[in-house]
Design a protein around this ligand. Structure first.
Ligand code: ATP
Ligand code: MG
Length: 473
């Protein structure tokens, strides 16, 4: 076998072959492992297809280890898998033949030959097998010339593309996902079939669509996939808000930038700087409210006032719609979207310490990520302008660092909180308590008083007196 296996991979494959031989069960490596090894990529798992019962083979291989490996299996699908101590996963399945009925993505399944099994695979590059049988161990079995498509960097369905996508519309998302991850081109007929079958995506659960979407977003250059989703019409089906970003309107000879392609550029810029999936989501959503807030002001031009605050609200709707987790990840993305204009505006104005302190306080532990998002948001075609902005931005970063070191404002709690106010003035929880507490915090952030208990206490007494409250302790 002239594919680039690690020593551990070689050993497990030889062991599987040995056990299969003793069971007289022909078996083959298939799918992603074969593809990735031929491409010289690492793989975290391998799929084995056998002519017989995959569960029996998996159990027998697992039992050959001491201690025996734990096998988990899905009887309904006839698949079984185990994980090696080094984390590598192997999945076993009996070769099968599938036939689809309309209106469902659940096929009728029967036992089949290796070729039947290869026929049901989604793409030529995913249908290649390598024999683990004693007679032809290591031979590539490639009925659709997937190796050629690997060389040409092409995603193509083995059989009729229309039928392949109509049978299982998730494959359309997978086509775009592989094109993005591998930087391959989708062959013309396959691409046309995605466009004409886009409505079929509606029979797929949102969770599975979002799984593929997240894999696209996690790729090195996510814009490839998002642009394909847009061009094929799939994006419109599950994420219409993003499609609304596309296009340019011109009034009085003034246009605004195409916010869809701007967003893709920001996303790629963020992806270049960080692997954090949620920071990438913040890039996707940072301007999502621009269409809804767009106005043309006579003599001035296009404005998008409030797109930061509305954008944050839209994050919740979109996370719900896409079945993304409604937990701290949503909170983080919403926060970055709400704050994404703040560092940029600092780089334009005279920078005051109090503006810096405010940003440090509001961004807290997510400041570095916010700065990454904002730097990525500078996408003008004018190179000089970009350089100028980035230089200003560098200045903001340095000043932030100085203020942070001096004031330790990040993750900061004001010296006086609501409980103190209630105790000192013997007040019940009320608007007044909130007002006094906020006044103290703002005075510290604005630099009116130092960040110390005594000064804060004095200031609180003054503010409360203006409202007619006297301390009772
Ligand atoms: P990766 O693991 O990197 O996502 P992969 O190719 O291994 O890539 P899997 O989802 O693990 O993808 O699937 C393993 C194999 O099963 C694929 O290579 C393909 O041959 C087949 N396959 C998976 N999903 C489908 C599908 N929806 N339709 C047809 N074949 C599929
Ligand atoms: Mg896989």
């Amino acid at each position: 076998m002239d594919i680039n296996c690690t020593k551990e991979e070689r050993l497990i494959l030889e062991r599987i072959a040995q056990v299969a031989k003793s069971l007289q069960m022909p078996c083959y490596l298939i799918g992603g492992f074969v593809r990735d090894k031929l491409l010289g990529r690492n793989s975290k798992d391998a799929d084995i297809v056998c002519l017989g019962d995959g569960i029996i083979l998996a159990e027998a291989v697992a039992a050959s280890f001491s201690p025996k490996l734990n096998v988990s299996f899905f009887k309904n699908f006839g698949t079984a898998q185990f994980k090696l101590p080094n984390g590598f996963e192997v999945e076993f399945v009996g070769a099968r033949k599938e036939s689809y009925v309309a209106h469902s993505r659940k096929p009728e399944v029967q036992n089949g030959s290796l070729v039947d099994d290869q026929n049901r695979r989604d793409f030529t590059i995913n249908a290649m097998a390598i024999s683990l049988c004693p007679s032809d161990y290591g031979t590539l079995i490639d009925p659709f010339n997937g190796i050629n498509d690997l060389e040409l960097k092409i995603i193509r369905t083995p059989l009729d593309a229309d039928i392949t996508f109509s049978d299982d519309p998730l494959r359309m998302m997978r086509a775009i996902r592989f094109a993005t991850q591998l930087n391959f081109v989708i062959e013309a007929e396959t691409l046309a079939a995605i466009k004409s079958n886009k409505e079929r995506l509606k029979i797929i659960s949102q969770e599975r669509i979002t799984d593929e979407l997240n894999k696209i977003i996690a790729a090195k250059t996510p814009s490839i996939g998002l642009d394909l989703l847009y061009q094929t019409g799939l994006l419109e089906i599950f994420f219409p808000q993003m499609v609304t970003l596309a296009g340019v309107e011109i009034i009085e000879g003034k246009g605004h930038k195409d916010n869809f392609y701007h967003t893709l550029q920001v996303l790629d810029n963020v992806a270049y700087r960080s692997n954090n999936l949620w920071l990438r989501w913040a890039a996707i959503l940072h301007d999502i409210a621009k269409p809804a807030t767009k106005r043309f002001e006579q003599g001035h031009g296009w404005t998008f006032h409030g797109h930061d605050a509305l954008g944050k609200k839209m994050c919740t709707t979109i996370f719900r719609q896409l079945k993304l987790p409604l937990n701290e990840h949503l909170k983080y993305v919403g926060k970055l979207v709400a704050l994404h204009l703040r560092p940029i505006s600092l780089s334009k104005e005279e920078i005051t310490d109090s503006a810096m302190r405010r940003l440090l306080f509001d961004a807290g532990e997510d400041l570095e990520d916010l700065m990454m998002l904002c730097e990525s948001d500078i996408t003008s075609k004018n190179k000089l302008k970009v350089r100028h902005f980035l230089e200003n931005f560098e200045l903001v970063k340095q000043r932030l660092k100085i203020v942070e070191e001096k004031d330790k404002i990040r993750n900061w709690q004001p010296p006086i909180d609501g409980a103190d106010v209630m105790r000192i003035f013997k007040l019940p929880p009320s608007r007044e308590v909130g007002f006094i507490k906020t006044a103290v915090r703002e005075a510290i952030l604005d630099g009116i008083i130092p960040n110390e208990y005594d000064a804060a206490y004095q200031y609180m007494i003054e503010k409360a007196a203006e409202m007619g409250f006297e301390p009772v302790v």
